[in-house]
Design a protein around this ligand. Sequence first.
Ligand SMILES: CC(C)(COP(=O)(O)OP(=O)(O)OC[C@H]1O[C@@H](n2cnc3c(N)ncnc32)[C@H](O)[C@@H]1OP(=O)(O)O)[C@@H](O)C(=O)NCCC(=O)NCCS
Length: 312
Amino acid sequence: MVEVRALPANPGADPAAEVTIARALADRSERRDEHPALGDAVWRDLADPAPGSAGFVAVTPPDPEPVGYLRAIGRSGDPLVVDCAMTVHPDHRDDAVPGRLLDAGIAHARAVGAARAALWVFGADVDTDALAAGRGLRIERELWQMRVPLPVAGPAPMPTGVTLRAFVPGADDAAWLACNNRAFVADPDQGGWTAATLAGRVGEAWFDPAGLLVADDDGRMAGFCWTKVHAPAPPHEPHALGEIYVIGVDPADRGRGLGRALTVAGLDHLHRRGIAVGMLFVDAANTAAVGLYRALGFVTSRIDRCYGTDLA
Ligand SMILES: CC(C)(COP(=O)(O)OP(=O)(O)OC[C@H]1O[C@@H](n2cnc3c(N)ncnc32)[C@H](O)[C@@H]1OP(=O)(O)O)[C@@H](O)C(=O)NCCC(=O)NCCS
């Protein structure tokens, strides 16, 4: 028998309970799956819960040990959307646990008046497709993690008149936000950053201004390549990994080799720091970016899917 319980509404009130459960189950899944079980959005929401967020745990009584965990995250906006992420103990993936947890997440989304519910799955496969389809959730977005051995074959010169420099926190904030939001106008998640979103990321421990490369065209920011170094995470990730965290070229500057030059410059920066593998996430439907990455030797190493449904 599977029992799904709602966790206290504010994880801050009892951090030991929810964060410990989430961490223990994520660690167990990561040992099996060789990739993170829950994304940054979950850990950020646990530290600072958004309106409409909640956590659920699955147990199989009389065993008191949690065998599954789901975080439902309220995505601010009108209408409200609830994004779910879950991790299930490898021994319970073929029983009722995943379905019961997802049912709880969807019921919670309805209860808080959300117009839509979504489930993000890292390392999606036919089983997660079937789980989602059984509840009327359709594949809405597919993200690929792509990797490439470093160094990549160059050279990839900057277009004439464009120079590369490091981001200057504070002085470059407004120009970076304008460039980012123009570059990602079609992607509301990345294209709607505010000064507060940027300040939050710049304030994170991993941020290094030298790793945020800016393409300067006579004093105007034409594009940028923001890199992020991931420390080794043994056993599944024994070596440091170099991520292209966000890359964007102003629409007015596309198609003249700047995207390629910035990607290669970001990868070179990571390689000079002793990193042997470059990694990034890209929307499978982003043909311009996928074409660029494939041309540089990137191959798909993991598929993440967002399954979603309207609740009205
Ligand atoms: C992806 C992006 C950075 C490419 O920038 P760009 O300056 O236009 O790219 P380049 O001129 O350097 O072109 C490099 C390669 O991209 C590919 N490419 C560029 N535009 C393309 C398009 N519209 N369709 C298909 N392939 C395209 C080609 O493979 C090209 O290869 P080539 O050098 O053999 O012609 C740019 O389109 C962008 O900022 N997009 C919005 C933000 C984004 O999606 N970022 C990536 C998120 S992972």
